[in-house]
Design a protein around this ligand. Sequence first.
Ligand SMILES: *Cc1c(COP(=O)(O)O)cnc(C)c1O
Length: 419
Amino acid sequence: MHHFAYQDGRLFAENVDIETLAIDIGTPFYVYSEATLRRHFRVFADAFADAEILVAYSVKANSNIAVLKTLASEGAGADVVSGGELQRALHAGIPPNKIVFSGVGKTRDEMRAALTADIYQFNVESEPELRALGDIAVSLSKTASIALRINPDVAAGGHEKISTGKAEDKFGVPWSQARALYSAAREMPGIAVKGVDVHIGSQIADLAPFEAAFKKVGSLITDLRADGNVIDRLDLGGGLGIPYGKGAAPPHPDAYAKMIKRVTAPLGVQLIFEPGRMIAGNAGILVSRVIYVKESEERRFLIIDAAMNDLIRPALYDAYHDIIPVTDRAGRECIYDVVGPICESSDRFAKARALPELEAGDLVALMSTGAYGAAQTSQYNSRPLVPEILVSGAQHAVIRTRPSFDEMIANEHTPDWLS
Ligand SMILES: *Cc1c(COP(=O)(O)O)cnc(C)c1O
């Protein structure tokens, strides 16, 4: 559920009129609903109300500081995958003892920063990483609390680029090496073994792959305990899908929680979750203006002022996003290819999409773009980074401004020999 709806035929974000915002800010821009962010976090946390859990929001889904502060005020922790995300989480006031650090290629500098901050847990993905972490912890007189990310060899995820739990993926410790690496970890100075971690992919639309993976790691915990390890945390990652307006609806968090409680209850562990998309995805839209309607014999193109640098999901993952007019209109529908201005054929948001007839100057909203939207933007084609707006009731604030030309080139320097 989200808070973007028509009132008298005009699209609103909570109580803010989108067309008025567009005139004020200039298009394109993202709008997030604070009420939706809070609601999604609560729905997830409440589904596990009777279990011991840490919900570590996956910062990479939407890393805007205002979004992180909103979630921090709900009690969220953070799952970070870089030193920059660690700094963002700390800057937003997320307590270090709610921060977990994931990722297959943590650098020594990143480990040092995270150890110095006393984060809750490192999710370690290989033996060389484990040894590096132990060395650095010893050099800082710290102890790194760790879980090993296990690759359960389960296929899942809405697209091959976001499936992470198969044996051929780069992620996690191979299933066959897990027990031996835990035994080695137990002996390593600077390392405190705490738990097991698994994350099998993203935009997963049914419970079966989750259940298969979670049962496997559950049985691993039993084996690890028999080997003499103390395991009291189980990090189940993120990956729960969201409705994108087409295809089967993914499971409700309540159904997901029910399955997990059934599978993990006998283990007596703290559960850690790293949801990203499920929190932020339907809390944001991208607003854009039609520049031209171009007709050829074959097709009718809606050329809008947002492009793949502003939202790369359709180009990168063949992702589907609903596109709706900001002013609701009945009447004739047309079939459009909705495209941006960039000189690449993949700069296309929708192919042969039935939409109400639109004209140059009309506004459209690309729905469900709060996760992996603004976070993946670039300035390709020297298009300034798209602004982000947060709405709360009838208030709105610009939470990332559109850079000026001077700001865009501020980090570029002319060498002496050219000046
Ligand atoms: C990307 C990622 C997540 C978040 O995935 P969602 O599908 O957005 O919930 C969680 N954990 C890890 C390790 C990730 O890489």
